[in-house]
Design a protein around this ligand. Sequence first.
Ligand SMILES: [Zn+2]
Length: 307
Amino acid sequence: MPRPDFPRTLRDFQTRFENDAACRQYLAESRWPDGYRCPRCGHQDAIDLPTRALWRCKGCGYDTSVTVGTVLHRTRMPLTHWFCAAYLVATHTPGLSALQLERQLDIRYETAWAMLQKLRRAMVRPDRELLHEKVEVDETYVGASEVGLRGGRELREKVLVVSAVEVRGTASGRVRLQIVPDASGPSLTGFVKANVEAGAIVITDGWLGYAPLSGMGYRHRPRTQGDPKRADKILPRVHRVFGNLKTWLRGTHHGVSHKHLQAYLDEFTFRFNRRRTPMAAFKTLLGLGAQQSPTTYNMLYGVELTG
Ligand SMILES: [Zn+2]
């Protein structure tokens, strides 16, 4: 059985996943790309038990959940709603607010908000591979207009965010974004060390906080600018990321509070880094990523036994 491919448009998506049976079928295909196989006895035939999203082995009666390990496990929400939410979050370029999801699915705001929170858990630094070859690094303040619009005490606070973006010819590769306490050497170089492969070319402005990089195994290329207001000329990619990030925070979420900012940075990063692979984004959001490796008995353990 070939791996399921990804619908390219919302119309294709809704046609393909028009009901929960179609969603369950997709989950089963993702779990068993080579066809169903009982994890207990190896039998290759099963009955689909729709109400509990279980497959019951025809050989030994063992029940396997097709949702265990995913955000869909034991949900009372229709699978079609979850699939649609994950599709929109994965493909909707400026991101999706709870208000937009509430309208799209015609559900309560609180439900939409809770669904987005669950989907966002998959976005917390899922990338293990360091950025490499050549990156731009810079920091920016996310100011009062972006942060803490609803919290009076936070209104004047500014948060320092540092970013690294891969240089890929004239385009950008992957991005990383992180809140740092200050623009000191340890804060900035600590971020680079945690996110960029040693030996990479690191382009920064002339700020002294980046000076230790050359002693840390990086090929540091500080670029001094004549006019400090034209940092976008020497670091165009990272400044485009900052611009898009701030527009997104203002426009989509109407400002986010300080304590939630890192979660939004993670979401921005998640979508940016998967903008050309929406299929991978969709599966990761639903928690289907781990199932691309062969399913083992241990992964499925914990499902109720019957008989
Ligand atoms: Zn069996």
